[in-house]
Design a protein around this ligand. Sequence first.
Ligand code: ZN
Length: 310
Amino acid sequence: MDELLNPLHPKNPRNIDDGTKPPPPTTPPNAINEEAGSGGSKWERPEGAEPIPLPSKGVFYLAEGQGRYWNMESLMVRQLNYTDEDILTTRAYFENLTVFNEILRNVIVDPNRFPYSSLVPVDRDTILLWLRSKAFGNEFEIEYTCPECKIAYPVIWDISTFDIPTYEDYVYEQLKTQGEFTVELPQSGVRVRLTVPSIGQSADAEKRMLAKKQAKRATNDFYGTSSLMLIVAGVEDNGRVMRNKNEIENFFNKINLTLGDSRFIRKQAERLNIKYNTAKACECPHCNHIVEGVEMPIYHPNFFWPDTGI
Ligand SMILES: [Zn+2]
């Protein structure tokens, strides 16, 4: 944890070679967290706000703005308060799960104006877990239905015991200097640059996918190609880097990208999309049936609506 908070953590940003991305910041963006806001006026830290260390260390926050969020290691977030009650009691928000986005929109109070939709999943989860533990404590309980005897029993996770996800060292070295991870595909030999889509990019892609499905009256949902295009940020071809998604898709069609190569891309992308490991074994108190690897569901009514008895 201390390492994440260390403002002297080494940064070695250098220009991106293909010139299609803005130059990286020369100073750690964190420095502006506590300084003046955009208007030059002194920024006042809202009550209950704290800099939350981001497990991604901001390595993917290059495309937004002028790259000023790149390698940003923390984000100022305020705790939930009574003003969030309106969101939490709006049923429509909960039913389509936008409640989590609405909450994030409100609680990110960093003067750098980082947009919540640019968060990558691991940072979003980190903020949600922090909000949850500040508001309702570290214990998260759900009723889990035993797949064997069908009787529900309580399962509890302790948020404070989760390890902060980290990248493998060599992966982080590349991400912090390039903002993406380059791999060479084993079958075609093509060099591909991988990234992690933000929650906003994933939501947009989902909308496009639905529209495409309706337009073509298709029964398949295009999930495969759509998710592949999200994690491929660029493809190297004859000394230049393709970044246009249509161009990349056409290129993959032209070389007839093999299933082996596309699976390799997904496998490598998992190194970038780090996650909390919440899996635990649960034993049914009624029939002693054990289920291994039950993951804590963040998108669960109990997350922000626990039965606390308060
Ligand atoms: Zn059981």
